[in-house]
Design a protein around this ligand. Structure first.
Ligand code: UDP
Length: 474
């Protein structure tokens, strides 16, 4: 059976980071062999956004599934986590399950067409869509998960929900049943997870989906073997499936408006090498109001220039109008006048900022895409994880020696103190041994990351060709 006969169906979860990661994957697979049929499946608005992106050549097929959020009590036009208040996340999670019948119908057509041509079908899907494993089994096609997070982060995240109610444990530290070597501190659980007793709706959904997802045939991971060798081996052994690191897949659909991009780059051009701190919490997260105030005061005390992608604090909609009262008195005006602060009220050209020579550190929520973009540019990270698997991504980064965690934004009573902010910024960016070591290490990691796709003998290039070998041999 030849690879060029294959039909690969790409099906991401409905959230920006996932859509973007899977769009990058679709593009990679298509470039690997343009004779493979690649179909990107999603809801209408996401299909519209990928179809207008230069990332997608017209040869990548698009398939739109019907989507009616109002039938599930969600506002019309809700099509992504970013459209929602946190209180609506669980409703959204359950609503996405309504995509199953139409997805099943689509795979039925793809599978019968492939059978008539003697071709193979592969479904590559997200961990939140564990039910796609059932669809793959029904039509006897190969299934792979694509993990858009670190391998370690994914393993911990899956294990926590599979083993709920882990919160019954009384100790500060606990181990995961499948991975006794991994130790988790209670403060690394997000607030709603630490309250999960296994009977709440989100735990029930994720428990079922994650159990199914562990029955997949393989796992592609947007990581680099050299960074996570230990964890990749451990997860492969536990789940008894092959794991293929194929990162870094970065860039893709993330673009800013050209005028905003130019202004930021011109502002960065005015600053000395590695002098600017870049601050962003990803595509949909916000920190709490008191944390915003402390962060601002800490930045003012640090006296270092910064770019802050700023949005309303948690509890407000990310698209709400920004109010000055969320910052210390006159802060934004003062910082602008002193040319110390650049505020982005919207979408920042993150990759261009991180790859600019004036950017010296990144204060990040440690979403995996942001992490890879930072590592790819050799920029050390100050971690402020907010949710999901972010606290576990931080563990990987701290072990690699490129990150200091300033606070855990996920905890209800998590304090971000201005003195700590100023101290950590100075440690990472200043002239001291720890800072110099971190910056040096970030450059070493950048070289490792950039090498992963250099030629066919390098780790991610090998990961992808081994993935093809496996499903072609089935
Ligand atoms: N991003 C961007 N500009 C912004 C905010 C986010 O380009 O103003 C991009 C960022 O480069 C990254 C993605 O959005 O690729 C965020 O993904 P990540 O995994 O870091 O976090 P998530 O948004 O999924 O929490």
């Amino acid at each position: 059976m030849e690879e060029h006969n294959s039909h690969i169906v790409i099906f991401p979860y409905l959230a920006h980071g996932h859509i973007n990661g899977f769009a990058n994957l679709a593009s990679l697979l298509h470039h690997h062999n343009p004779n493979i049929t690649v179909t990107f499946v999603s809801t209408p608005r996401h299909i519209q956004s990928v179809s207008s992106s230069s990332l997608f050549s017209s040869s990548i097929r698009l398939h739109s599934l019907p989507w009616s959020p109002e039938l599930h009590g969600l506002p019309p036009n809700t099509e992504s986590l970013a459209d929602l208040q946190v209180s609506q996340f669980v409703t959204f999670l359950y609503a996405t399950k309504s995509l199953q019948p139409a997805f099943d119908d689509f795979i039925s057509v793809v599978a019968s067409d492939a059978a008539s041509r003697g071709a193979k079908v592969v479904i590559v899907s997200d961990i939140f869509f564990g039910w796609t494993v059932e669809v793959a089994r029904k039509y006897r096609v190969f299934h792979s998960v694509f993990l858009t997070m670190s391998c370690y982060g994914g393993a911990v995240f899956l294990s926590l929900f599979i083993n709920l109610p882990h919160t019954k444990t009384t100790s500060e530290w606990f181990s995961l049943p499948e991975y006794p070597d991994i130790r988790i501190h209670r403060s690394q659980l997000r607030k709603n997870l630490s309250m999960s007793d296994g009977t709440d709706l989100s735990s029930i959904y994720l428990h079922r989906e994650f159990l199914l997802c562990c029955k997949t045939d393989a796992m592609l991971v947007n990581t680099i073997e050299e960074l996570e060798q230990k964890w990749i081996g451990m997860v492969a052994k536990t789940l008894q499936i092959p794991i293929f690191p194929i990162g870094p897949l970065i860039g893709g659909l993330n673009t800013a408006s050209p005028s905003e991009g130019t202004e930021i780059i011109e502002w960065l051009d005015l600053h000395p090498q590695a002098s600017v701190l870049y601050i962003s919490f990803g595509s949909q997260n916000s920190i709490k109001k008191n944390q915003m105030l402390e962060l601002a005061l800490g930045l003012e005390a640090s006296r270092r220039p910064f770019i802050w992608v700023i949005r309303p604090p948690s509890g407000f909609n990310v698209n709400d109008e920004f109010k000055d009262e969320w910052l210390p008195d006159g802060f934004e005006k003062r910082m602008k006048e002193e040319k110390r602060g650049f505020f982005v009220h919207g979408w920042a050209p993150q990759i261009a900022i991180l790859s600019h020579k004036s950017t010296g550190a990144f204060l990040s929520h440690c979403g995996w895409n942001s992490v890879l973009e930072s590592l790819n540019s050799g920029v050390p990270i100050i971690g402020l994880p907010i949710g999901g698997e972010q606290p576990y991504n931080v563990t990987v980064l701290v072990e690699l020696g490129v990150c200091v965690e300033v606070a855990r934004g996920i905890m209800e009573n998590s304090e971000l103190e201005k003195e700590k902010v100023a101290g950590v910024v100075e440690m990472v960016m200043g002239d001291n041994e720890k800072g110099r070591d971190m910056r040096e290490r970030a450059k070493e990691i950048r070289d490792m990351v950039k090498k992963a796709w250099k030629d066919e003998s390098c780790s991610s290039a090998k990961g992808l060709s081994e993935f093809f070998k496996i499903f072609n041999s089935r």
